[in-house]
Design a protein around this ligand. Structure first.
Ligand code: 5GP
Length: 178
């Protein structure tokens, strides 16, 4: 596609990372009640891949969130568009997200879910941009670290499109700057 500057992470690399995360999660939560919460929309492809590499029974649910205010700047205050249907009280929760950038969204989400009486709340993210972090969020299952560039594909969009690109790609700068 002509909006791609270059492929940053290949499908093979993503597959290897997902496999490793899936096997760690399966081991760590063996014999426990785990609810996996996918964060829409960006997390849907990663979660679909990850869920099939997890070999223990899990409950799956989704949340959809958006930042208040200017969408290009994460305010850290999250509006819940769709909440989970499952009661997470007394269960272990694993939030599955596409990418951690400033960390503000996940920080807020973790605090919110903790008020509902779960046994634990942990985070799994496919991609991490540590150079952009504004709050210290503990990412227990971290995928691939990337530089401070705007990426699309593997669930991530630009203006609602390109989530269906199989690899993680850098968006052309002139498009982003428009
Ligand atoms: P933050 O960690 O700053 O609160 O926000 C994380 C969210 O910002 C992600 O879930 C994702 O929707 C969006 N985001 C951050 N970096 C990128 C990027 O490089 N590309 C795309 N498409 N979205 C991003």
């Amino acid at each position: 596609m002509d909006v791609i500057e270059r492929v940053l992470i290949s499908k093979g690399e993503l597959d290897r990372q997902v496999e490793e995360l899936g096997s760690r999660i399966s081991k760590d939560y063996e014999g426990q009640e785990l609810v996996i919460i996918g964060v829409l929309k960006g997390g849907f492809i990663f979660l679909a891949d990850l869920a099939r590499k997890i070999t223990i029974p899990v409950d799956l649910d989704f949340m959809s969130v958006s930042s208040y205010g200017d969408s290009s700047k994460s305010s850290g205050v999250v509006k819940i568009i769709k909440d989970v249907d499952i009661n997470i009280s007394g269960k272990h929760v694993l939030i599955v997200e596409d990418i951690i950038d400033t960390g503000l969204t996940l920080n807020h989400l973790v605090e919110l879910l903790k008020t509902r009486g779960p046994l634990s709340v942990k985070i799994c993210a496919a991609l991490d941009k540590p150079s952009r972090r504004k709050v210290d969020v503990q990412v227990d299952y971290k995928g691939i670290e990337i530089p401070d560039e705007f990426v699309i594909g593997y669930g991530l969009d630009y203006a609602g499109k390109y989530r269906n690109i199989p690899e993680v790609c850098v968006l052309k700068k002139d498009i982003y700057a428009k």
